[in-house]
Design a protein around this ligand. Structure first.
Ligand code: F6P
Length: 379
Protein backbone atom coordinates (compact mmCIF):
# COMPACT_ATOMS: atom_id res chain seq x y z
CA UNK A 1 0.00 0.00 0.00
CA UNK A 2 1.22 3.54 -0.82
CA UNK A 3 2.71 5.43 2.10
CA UNK A 4 0.64 8.39 3.24
CA UNK A 5 2.13 11.66 4.42
CA UNK A 6 0.33 14.62 6.00
CA UNK A 7 1.13 18.29 5.47
CA UNK A 8 0.05 21.34 7.44
CA UNK A 9 0.89 25.04 7.32
CA UNK A 10 0.98 26.88 10.65
CA UNK A 11 1.75 30.35 11.98
CA UNK A 12 1.48 33.52 9.91
CA UNK A 13 1.06 32.89 6.19
CA UNK A 14 4.01 33.53 3.93
CA UNK A 15 4.39 33.80 0.15
CA UNK A 16 5.64 30.48 -1.24
CA UNK A 17 3.51 28.19 0.96
CA UNK A 18 1.51 26.92 -2.01
CA UNK A 19 4.68 26.31 -3.99
CA UNK A 20 5.96 24.15 -1.12
CA UNK A 21 2.65 22.24 -0.84
CA UNK A 22 2.65 21.64 -4.59
CA UNK A 23 6.26 20.43 -4.53
CA UNK A 24 5.65 17.98 -1.67
CA UNK A 25 2.46 16.68 -3.32
CA UNK A 26 3.91 16.29 -6.80
CA UNK A 27 7.34 15.02 -5.81
CA UNK A 28 5.85 12.72 -3.14
CA UNK A 29 3.56 11.09 -5.70
CA UNK A 30 5.64 11.19 -8.86
CA UNK A 31 9.08 10.41 -7.46
CA UNK A 32 8.17 8.12 -4.53
CA UNK A 33 4.60 6.92 -5.06
CA UNK A 34 3.41 8.47 -1.78
CA UNK A 35 -0.12 9.61 -1.08
CA UNK A 36 -0.24 13.12 0.39
CA UNK A 37 -3.02 14.69 2.44
CA UNK A 38 -3.22 18.23 3.77
CA UNK A 39 -4.69 19.28 7.13
CA UNK A 40 -6.60 22.54 7.21
CA UNK A 41 -5.73 25.52 9.40
CA UNK A 42 -2.51 24.30 10.96
CA UNK A 43 -2.51 22.06 14.02
CA UNK A 44 -6.23 22.75 14.50
CA UNK A 45 -7.06 20.77 11.35
CA UNK A 46 -5.02 17.84 12.62
CA UNK A 47 -6.93 17.96 15.89
CA UNK A 48 -10.32 18.21 14.15
CA UNK A 49 -9.30 15.73 11.46
CA UNK A 50 -10.17 18.15 8.66
CA UNK A 51 -8.10 17.15 5.66
CA UNK A 52 -8.04 17.02 1.87
CA UNK A 53 -6.08 14.87 -0.59
CA UNK A 54 -3.21 16.82 -2.13
CA UNK A 55 -3.22 15.49 -5.66
CA UNK A 56 -4.47 16.19 -9.17
CA UNK A 57 -6.41 19.39 -9.77
CA UNK A 58 -5.99 20.72 -6.28
CA UNK A 59 -2.23 21.14 -6.87
CA UNK A 60 -2.71 22.66 -10.28
CA UNK A 61 -2.39 26.43 -10.72
CA UNK A 62 -1.30 27.13 -7.14
CA UNK A 63 2.42 27.76 -7.68
CA UNK A 64 1.89 31.47 -8.21
CA UNK A 65 -0.72 32.00 -5.49
CA UNK A 66 -0.01 33.80 -2.21
CA UNK A 67 -1.37 32.55 1.11
CA UNK A 68 -1.95 28.85 1.66
CA UNK A 69 -4.65 26.68 0.12
CA UNK A 70 -4.71 24.73 3.39
CA UNK A 71 -5.37 27.73 5.60
CA UNK A 72 -3.32 28.40 8.71
CA UNK A 73 -3.63 29.29 12.38
CA UNK A 74 -1.39 30.06 15.31
CA UNK A 75 -3.02 27.35 17.47
CA UNK A 76 -0.60 25.24 19.49
CA UNK A 77 -1.26 21.50 20.05
CA UNK A 78 -0.71 21.78 23.82
CA UNK A 79 -2.60 25.07 24.26
CA UNK A 80 -5.57 24.78 21.93
CA UNK A 81 -8.64 26.98 22.45
CA UNK A 82 -11.59 24.58 22.43
CA UNK A 83 -14.95 26.10 23.31
CA UNK A 84 -14.27 28.50 26.15
CA UNK A 85 -11.25 26.56 27.41
CA UNK A 86 -7.61 26.23 26.39
CA UNK A 87 -6.65 22.56 26.40
CA UNK A 88 -3.79 20.22 25.63
CA UNK A 89 -5.06 18.40 22.51
CA UNK A 90 -1.84 16.59 21.68
CA UNK A 91 -3.29 13.11 22.31
CA UNK A 92 -6.17 13.77 19.88
CA UNK A 93 -3.64 14.76 17.24
CA UNK A 94 -1.60 11.62 17.82
CA UNK A 95 -4.83 9.57 17.41
CA UNK A 96 -5.60 11.29 14.10
CA UNK A 97 -2.04 10.80 12.93
CA UNK A 98 -2.46 7.07 13.62
CA UNK A 99 -5.95 6.94 12.12
CA UNK A 100 -4.51 8.02 8.76
CA UNK A 101 -1.60 5.64 9.25
CA UNK A 102 0.73 8.49 8.39
CA UNK A 103 4.30 7.75 7.45
CA UNK A 104 5.21 11.33 8.39
CA UNK A 105 3.75 14.74 9.11
CA UNK A 106 5.27 17.78 7.39
CA UNK A 107 4.86 21.00 9.40
CA UNK A 108 5.59 24.16 7.43
CA UNK A 109 6.14 27.19 9.60
CA UNK A 110 8.32 29.67 11.44
CA UNK A 111 9.95 29.52 14.88
CA UNK A 112 6.73 28.75 16.81
CA UNK A 113 5.78 25.93 14.44
CA UNK A 114 9.25 24.40 14.71
CA UNK A 115 8.78 24.30 18.49
CA UNK A 116 5.33 22.71 18.30
CA UNK A 117 6.50 20.22 15.70
CA UNK A 118 9.49 19.28 17.86
CA UNK A 119 7.15 18.52 20.79
CA UNK A 120 5.14 16.18 18.56
CA UNK A 121 8.29 14.47 17.32
CA UNK A 122 9.39 13.89 20.91
CA UNK A 123 6.10 12.06 21.42
CA UNK A 124 6.92 9.59 18.67
CA UNK A 125 5.42 11.16 15.54
CA UNK A 126 7.59 11.15 12.39
CA UNK A 127 7.95 14.87 11.87
CA UNK A 128 9.75 16.89 9.26
CA UNK A 129 9.55 20.67 8.95
CA UNK A 130 10.18 23.40 6.39
CA UNK A 131 11.23 26.94 7.42
CA UNK A 132 8.89 29.68 6.22
CA UNK A 133 8.39 33.21 7.47
CA UNK A 134 8.71 36.68 6.06
CA UNK A 135 10.81 37.50 9.16
CA UNK A 136 13.75 35.26 8.10
CA UNK A 137 14.44 34.61 11.78
CA UNK A 138 14.50 30.78 11.90
CA UNK A 139 17.82 29.49 13.24
CA UNK A 140 20.21 27.28 11.24
CA UNK A 141 18.77 27.98 7.80
CA UNK A 142 20.39 30.57 5.54
CA UNK A 143 16.97 31.90 4.56
CA UNK A 144 13.24 31.21 4.94
CA UNK A 145 10.78 31.39 2.08
CA UNK A 146 8.48 34.40 2.08
CA UNK A 147 11.29 36.74 3.05
CA UNK A 148 12.29 37.65 -0.50
CA UNK A 149 8.73 38.59 -1.49
CA UNK A 150 8.12 40.65 1.65
CA UNK A 151 11.47 42.38 1.14
CA UNK A 152 10.46 43.44 -2.37
CA UNK A 153 7.04 44.66 -1.20
CA UNK A 154 8.55 46.70 1.66
CA UNK A 155 11.24 48.11 -0.63
CA UNK A 156 8.69 49.09 -3.25
CA UNK A 157 6.55 50.77 -0.58
CA UNK A 158 9.49 52.81 0.73
CA UNK A 159 10.38 53.82 -2.84
CA UNK A 160 6.87 55.21 -3.17
CA UNK A 161 7.05 57.02 0.15
CA UNK A 162 10.22 58.79 -0.99
CA UNK A 163 8.51 60.98 -3.57
CA UNK A 164 5.72 62.11 -1.27
CA UNK A 165 8.15 62.76 1.62
CA UNK A 166 10.30 64.77 -0.78
CA UNK A 167 7.38 66.81 -2.15
CA UNK A 168 6.03 67.73 1.30
CA UNK A 169 9.42 68.20 3.00
CA UNK A 170 8.38 65.68 5.60
CA UNK A 171 9.77 62.87 7.64
CA UNK A 172 8.02 59.59 6.89
CA UNK A 173 8.45 56.90 9.51
CA UNK A 174 7.67 53.56 7.91
CA UNK A 175 7.11 50.53 10.10
CA UNK A 176 8.21 47.19 8.70
CA UNK A 177 7.32 43.73 10.06
CA UNK A 178 9.91 41.28 11.33
CA UNK A 179 8.73 40.44 14.86
CA UNK A 180 11.85 40.66 17.07
CA UNK A 181 14.46 40.71 14.32
CA UNK A 182 15.55 43.32 11.80
CA UNK A 183 16.15 41.32 8.61
CA UNK A 184 13.18 42.79 6.78
CA UNK A 185 13.62 46.33 8.10
CA UNK A 186 17.35 46.41 7.42
CA UNK A 187 17.01 44.77 4.01
CA UNK A 188 14.22 47.05 2.84
CA UNK A 189 15.88 50.13 4.33
CA UNK A 190 19.13 49.28 2.61
CA UNK A 191 17.50 48.48 -0.74
CA UNK A 192 15.45 51.67 -0.77
CA UNK A 193 18.16 53.99 0.57
CA UNK A 194 16.28 54.89 3.77
CA UNK A 195 18.04 57.68 5.68
CA UNK A 196 17.52 56.07 9.07
CA UNK A 197 17.16 52.33 9.71
CA UNK A 198 16.15 51.14 13.18
CA UNK A 199 16.21 47.43 14.03
CA UNK A 200 15.71 45.46 17.27
CA UNK A 201 19.34 44.31 17.31
CA UNK A 202 20.56 47.94 17.66
CA UNK A 203 18.62 49.90 20.30
CA UNK A 204 18.28 53.49 19.17
CA UNK A 205 18.67 56.92 20.70
CA UNK A 206 16.00 59.26 19.38
CA UNK A 207 18.42 62.18 19.71
CA UNK A 208 20.85 60.48 17.32
CA UNK A 209 18.02 59.98 14.85
CA UNK A 210 16.93 63.61 15.10
CA UNK A 211 20.54 64.74 14.70
CA UNK A 212 20.90 62.71 11.48
CA UNK A 213 17.72 64.29 10.11
CA UNK A 214 18.90 67.78 11.08
CA UNK A 215 22.27 67.17 9.39
CA UNK A 216 20.43 66.21 6.22
CA UNK A 217 18.41 69.39 6.46
CA UNK A 218 21.57 71.45 6.68
CA UNK A 219 22.70 69.78 3.48
CA UNK A 220 19.48 70.98 1.84
CA UNK A 221 17.52 67.72 2.19
CA UNK A 222 14.25 68.74 3.77
CA UNK A 223 12.83 65.26 3.99
CA UNK A 224 13.87 61.96 5.53
CA UNK A 225 12.74 58.36 5.43
CA UNK A 226 12.97 56.47 8.71
CA UNK A 227 12.56 52.69 8.26
CA UNK A 228 11.77 51.12 11.62
CA UNK A 229 11.31 47.43 12.36
CA UNK A 230 8.22 46.71 14.42
CA UNK A 231 10.43 45.22 17.17
CA UNK A 232 12.94 48.08 17.33
CA UNK A 233 13.44 49.54 20.80
CA UNK A 234 14.83 52.77 22.14
CA UNK A 235 17.86 52.33 24.39
CA UNK A 236 15.75 53.01 27.50
CA UNK A 237 13.07 50.54 26.45
CA UNK A 238 15.68 47.90 25.63
CA UNK A 239 17.11 48.27 29.14
CA UNK A 240 13.64 48.05 30.70
CA UNK A 241 12.88 44.90 28.73
CA UNK A 242 16.13 43.19 29.77
CA UNK A 243 15.37 44.10 33.41
CA UNK A 244 11.83 42.72 33.22
CA UNK A 245 13.04 39.52 31.55
CA UNK A 246 15.66 39.05 34.27
CA UNK A 247 13.02 39.62 36.96
CA UNK A 248 10.80 37.05 35.31
CA UNK A 249 13.62 34.51 35.20
CA UNK A 250 14.41 35.12 38.89
CA UNK A 251 10.74 34.83 39.92
CA UNK A 252 10.52 31.56 38.00
CA UNK A 253 13.65 30.16 39.64
CA UNK A 254 12.49 31.20 43.09
CA UNK A 255 9.00 29.82 42.33
CA UNK A 256 7.57 33.17 43.48
CA UNK A 257 4.10 33.12 41.90
CA UNK A 258 3.10 36.57 43.17
CA UNK A 259 6.22 38.25 41.78
CA UNK A 260 5.82 36.35 38.49
CA UNK A 261 2.31 37.67 38.06
CA UNK A 262 3.53 41.19 38.80
CA UNK A 263 6.31 40.90 36.20
CA UNK A 264 3.91 39.38 33.64
CA UNK A 265 1.59 42.38 34.08
CA UNK A 266 4.53 44.77 33.66
CA UNK A 267 5.62 42.89 30.51
CA UNK A 268 2.12 43.07 29.08
CA UNK A 269 2.01 46.83 29.71
CA UNK A 270 5.42 47.12 28.07
CA UNK A 271 4.15 45.28 24.97
CA UNK A 272 1.04 47.46 24.75
CA UNK A 273 3.19 50.57 24.89
CA UNK A 274 5.55 49.08 22.30
CA UNK A 275 2.61 48.76 19.88
CA UNK A 276 2.55 52.56 19.64
CA UNK A 277 6.33 52.94 19.40
CA UNK A 278 6.38 54.13 15.80
CA UNK A 279 3.76 56.82 16.42
CA UNK A 280 5.60 58.06 19.49
CA UNK A 281 8.89 58.17 17.58
CA UNK A 282 7.28 60.18 14.78
CA UNK A 283 5.90 62.70 17.26
CA UNK A 284 9.22 63.05 19.03
CA UNK A 285 11.04 63.59 15.75
CA UNK A 286 8.63 66.38 14.85
CA UNK A 287 9.48 68.10 18.12
CA UNK A 288 13.22 67.59 17.80
CA UNK A 289 13.60 68.54 14.13
CA UNK A 290 10.81 71.01 13.43
CA UNK A 291 9.81 68.96 10.37
CA UNK A 292 6.35 67.52 9.88
CA UNK A 293 6.25 63.76 10.22
CA UNK A 294 3.87 61.02 9.04
CA UNK A 295 3.65 57.34 9.82
CA UNK A 296 3.04 54.44 7.43
CA UNK A 297 2.59 50.96 8.88
CA UNK A 298 3.06 48.42 6.10
CA UNK A 299 1.57 45.59 8.15
CA UNK A 300 0.05 42.56 6.44
CA UNK A 301 0.52 44.00 2.95
CA UNK A 302 4.00 42.56 3.29
CA UNK A 303 2.66 39.01 3.61
CA UNK A 304 0.03 39.09 0.92
CA UNK A 305 -0.02 38.45 -2.80
CA UNK A 306 2.06 36.67 -5.39
CA UNK A 307 5.34 35.09 -4.26
CA UNK A 308 8.51 36.29 -5.97
CA UNK A 309 10.32 33.98 -8.38
CA UNK A 310 13.05 33.44 -5.77
CA UNK A 311 10.50 32.33 -3.15
CA UNK A 312 8.75 30.00 -5.60
CA UNK A 313 12.06 28.36 -6.44
CA UNK A 314 13.17 28.16 -2.80
CA UNK A 315 9.86 26.67 -1.59
CA UNK A 316 9.89 24.17 -4.46
CA UNK A 317 13.46 23.10 -3.69
CA UNK A 318 12.60 22.64 -0.02
CA UNK A 319 9.41 20.69 -0.83
CA UNK A 320 11.29 18.33 -3.13
CA UNK A 321 14.07 17.82 -0.55
CA UNK A 322 11.37 17.13 2.05
CA UNK A 323 9.78 14.35 -0.01
CA UNK A 324 13.21 12.80 -0.50
CA UNK A 325 13.95 13.00 3.25
CA UNK A 326 10.68 11.20 4.02
CA UNK A 327 11.53 8.53 1.48
CA UNK A 328 14.92 8.14 3.26
CA UNK A 329 13.12 7.91 6.63
CA UNK A 330 14.84 11.03 8.01
CA UNK A 331 12.58 12.42 10.72
CA UNK A 332 12.77 14.89 13.59
CA UNK A 333 14.52 17.31 11.24
CA UNK A 334 14.04 20.63 9.49
CA UNK A 335 14.99 20.92 5.84
CA UNK A 336 17.33 23.92 6.00
CA UNK A 337 18.89 25.99 3.25
CA UNK A 338 22.67 25.89 3.12
CA UNK A 339 24.14 27.79 0.18
CA UNK A 340 22.85 26.29 -3.04
CA UNK A 341 21.82 23.08 -1.30
CA UNK A 342 19.65 21.84 1.54
CA UNK A 343 20.62 20.01 4.71
CA UNK A 344 18.60 18.18 7.36
CA UNK A 345 19.06 19.73 10.79
CA UNK A 346 17.76 18.01 13.96
CA UNK A 347 14.85 20.02 15.34
CA UNK A 348 16.58 20.13 18.73
CA UNK A 349 19.17 22.42 17.11
CA UNK A 350 16.52 24.72 15.65
CA UNK A 351 14.00 25.33 18.43
CA UNK A 352 14.27 28.04 21.04
CA UNK A 353 16.78 30.01 18.96
CA UNK A 354 16.25 33.24 17.10
CA UNK A 355 18.34 34.18 14.08
CA UNK A 356 19.17 37.81 14.84
CA UNK A 357 20.98 40.13 12.45
CA UNK A 358 24.67 39.83 13.49
CA UNK A 359 26.10 43.27 14.18
CA UNK A 360 29.00 42.55 11.86
CA UNK A 361 26.67 41.44 9.04
CA UNK A 362 27.61 42.90 5.62
CA UNK A 363 24.18 44.57 5.39
CA UNK A 364 24.88 46.55 8.58
CA UNK A 365 28.22 47.71 7.23
CA UNK A 366 26.75 48.50 3.82
CA UNK A 367 23.99 50.61 5.41
CA UNK A 368 26.45 52.56 7.54
CA UNK A 369 29.01 53.12 4.81
CA UNK A 370 26.39 54.40 2.41
CA UNK A 371 25.34 57.01 4.95
CA UNK A 372 22.32 55.54 6.77
CA UNK A 373 21.90 56.36 10.45
CA UNK A 374 21.24 53.28 12.60
CA UNK A 375 20.24 55.40 15.58
CA UNK A 376 23.15 54.50 17.80
CA UNK A 377 26.39 56.44 18.24
CA UNK A 378 28.38 53.20 18.45
CA UNK A 379 27.63 52.44 14.83
O1 F6P B 1 5.87 36.11 11.68
C1 F6P B 1 5.37 36.83 10.62
C2 F6P B 1 4.69 38.09 11.11
O2 F6P B 1 4.19 38.74 9.97
C3 F6P B 1 5.56 39.04 11.94
O3 F6P B 1 6.40 39.84 11.15
C4 F6P B 1 4.51 39.81 12.67
O4 F6P B 1 5.03 40.30 13.88
C5 F6P B 1 3.44 38.80 12.92
O5 F6P B 1 3.62 37.78 11.95
C6 F6P B 1 2.03 39.31 12.81
O6 F6P B 1 1.18 38.28 13.17
P1 F6P B 1 -0.39 38.25 12.93
O7 F6P B 1 -0.64 38.08 11.47
O8 F6P B 1 -0.84 37.07 13.72
O9 F6P B 1 -0.91 39.55 13.42
Amino acid sequence: MAKCIGVLTAGGDSPGLNAAIRAIGNSGLKAYGMRVIGFRDGFRGLMENRCIPLEGDILSGILTLGGTILGTSRDKPHKMPVGDKVQDMTEVMIDNYRRHNLEALVCIGGGGTQKNAYRLSQLGMNIITLPKTIDNDVAVTDITFGFDTALSIATDAIDRLHSTAHSHHRIIVVEIMGHNTGWLGLGAGLASGADVILIPEIPYDVKQVAEAIRRRRHRGKNFSIVAISEGALSQEDAETLVKLQEEKRAAKEEKDAKQRKKVDTALEEFRLRQATNTLRLSRELEKLTGLESRVTILGHLQRGGTPSAADRILATRLGVACAEAIHDQRFGCMVAVKGEGTILVPLSEVVGKLKLVPLDHPWVRAALETGACLGNARY
